[in-house]
Design a protein around this ligand. Sequence first.
Ligand code: NAP
Length: 654
Amino acid sequence: MRLHAAPESIAPDTDLAQMVADAFPPVLLASLAHLTGDMSLLRAALAPDPTRLLEPDSGYSPAQAAEARSLAIDSLERYRDGGCVAADPLTDEQAALIIGFLTGVLPEDDYLPILLEEISLDGDRRAPRWHKSEIALEGDVTVGIIGSGMSGILVAHRLLQAGVSVVIFEKNPDIGGTWLENTYPGCRVDVPNHLYSYSFAQTADWPNYFSTQEVLLDYFRACANEFGVREHVRFNTEVLGATWSESDALWNVSTVASDGVSELVAVQVLVSACGQLNQPHFPDIDGRERFVGTSFHSARWDHDVDLSDKRVAVIGTGASAVQFIPPVVASAAHTTIFQRTPPWLLPTPVYMDELPESMNVLLSHVPGYARWDRCWIFWRMHEGLVPMAVVDPDWPDQERSVSASNDLVREIFTMYLAETVPDPVLYDALLPKYPPLAKRIVLDNGILPATLARDDVTLETCAISEITERGLRTIDGKDHDCDVLIYGTGFSASEFLIPMSVQGRDGIDLHESWDGEARAYIGMTIPSFPNLFLMYGPNTNIVVNGSIIYFSEGEANYIVESVRMLLENRLEAMEVRRDVHDVYNTRIDEGNRAMAWGASHVNTWYKNASGRVSQNWPFSLLEFWQRTRRPDPDDYLLTAKNTAKNTAKNAGDR
Ligand code: NAP
C-alpha cells in the first residue's frame, strides 16, 4: 500500500471520457481545480445541493452530471496537452473555495478548519505543533500505550512526532488490533475507505470502496512502519494490570510475555488503546460446555475447520455475522442461523465491488481525487442520519419510529426489504420491530437476503433455550443438531479494559469504582486515575455518522496536548475533577436518552447491563473536535513536580 503517490502523466491515447465515467462529478471538478489550479471549474450550477445529501446521487441530476463530466474532460485535455504540469500547492483560501463548492461550507463556518484537517493537503494538519526538546529541557516522560491497533498506532505516532518516548504493549505477535484478530471470511470495513483511513496518511490505492480485512491490515502495517512506530512495540506482551504509585507519580504496568516472563514497567503516563470490541462475548446459554462438535467465536475464527459438508449453526445476526454468513453458507452443507433481533439493512450496491478500472486509472493520474472524495464523504456523513435518530417526544408510536423523519427512514429501509425478500415468511422474520438507527444498521448489496432465501439455509427466530451435546435446542423444544457452532455474538463492549486490573490513587480499583457503569470525561479521563487516558473509551462511539478514526484523531490530539501541559508546567500529574466529570456525564446521558439508540428498548451492544448507553457519543462531530483541541487546566487537579522528592528518588535510583 503506497501512502503517497504523485500523479502519473496522462498518455496521449488515454480515453478521458472513460477515465471520468465512474467518478462523482462534483468531486471530479474539485480534484481538477486542485490539480490544475483552474477555479473556474467550480461553477455554482454544478455544486451539489447540501440540502439533498440523502437523496439518490445526493440529488445531483443527470444533466448536471453530463455537464460536469464534459467540463472535466476539457480540463484534463488541457492538462495533458500542457505536459501534465500540476498547479502550485493550494493556498488555504483556494482550498476553502473548493470545500465551499463541494459542501456549501463558508470560510467563516466552524467546520472549515475540520475539513482542512481532514483532507490535509499539505501533509498533516493535525501533527503536534510542539516538540519536547523545545519545552522540557530537563526531565523526561515515557508514555505507555496498551495496544497497537488503529488507535494505538495513531497516538504513538503523534507522541513520537512531539519527541515523547513511548512503549507500546501488544499481546499479539503483530500490529493491527481488530484488523489482525478478525479474520473471519467476508470481513471488511463498512465505512468507505477514503474516509476510514488516517487524515494524514491517505492513499489512492484502495482496491475496493469498502476494503477487506487483509487490505486494512496491510494499510495499518504500512502506517506503523512508515511512522516508525513498530520498533517501539513489545509484541507478545500482555498487560495484566497497572497501579498508580502516588509517591513517585508513576504507573507501574504489570506485563506477561508469551514465554511466561513477567515484568513491571514504570511510565509517567498510561494510555489504553485496547478498543471497545476486543473481548469476545459468549452468550450466557445453558450447556455451552456440553457441545461435542467444533465451536468458535467470529473474532477467533478457526481456519483449520473445513465447513464443507458440515451442518453449521450460527448464533447472531450483527455486523460480524452478516459478513461471514454468505461465505459460510457457500461452503457448508446446511446452515442454521439463530436470529434474535434482525438488523435494518442499508442498501449499498457497491458494498463488495472492486473499484472499476476507470476509477483506478483516474486515481493514478489524479490521486487528489481520493482526498476530495474523503471531503465529500465526510460532509455527506458528518451528521448524516443523526437528525433522523433524534427522538420527537410527541411522535405517537415510539416502538415503530421516533420521529417523522425517522419514520421516513423506516419506510425507505422497509421498501428495500420488500424488494429484496419476496418470500412473505422470510420478509416478516427480517423486518425489524424497532425504530431504525436504534441499533447498528448493516450495509447490504442484496447478498444477505439472497443467502437467507437459499434452500440450504434455515433462519431460526425461536429463542435458544440450551446448548446440547449435538447442537442447540430452542424454547419450542426443537433440536437443531450441528457439527460446527459459530458464535457471532459480539464483544463485551461495556466492560472497558477487561480483563486488566487497574488501581488508581489510594488503591482505588477502576472496575470496582465503575461498578458496571464505565464513564469517563470526554471518553478519556477518570477521577482518581491520574495520567491515565483511554482511546475509544466510554461514549466515544458513533452510530450513523462518520468514521471512528475521526474520534481517535481527536483523542490523540488531546492526549498529546495533555502531555505538553504536564511538561510545560512541570506537573507530575493531572486528574480530572469529579464535578467536571459528573456534569459532563449527566449531559451525555441526557443526550443519549434523546436519541433512538437511547430511547428504544431494543438489545444493542451500545448499552450496559443496566440499560445505560455506555458507548455512544450523542452530539455533533464538531463538538467532539472542539472538546479535544486541548485540555482545559480548570477541568483538572494538577500536581506540581516535587523537585526534592524527585531528586531523592533519582539519587536512590543511582
Ligand atoms: P453485535 O452487533 O453485538 O452482534 C451480536 C449478535 O449476537 C446479535 O445479533 C445478538 O442479538 C446476538 N446474540 C448475542 N447473544 C445472543 C443470545 N444469547 N441469543 C441469540 N443471539 C444472541 O456484535 P458484532 O456483530 O461482532 O458487531 C459488533 C460491532 O463491531 C459492530 O456494531 C461494529 O461496530 C463492529 N463491526 C464492524 C464491522 C465493519 O466495520 N465492517 C464488522 C463487524 C463488526 P441481539 O441483536 O438480539 O442482541
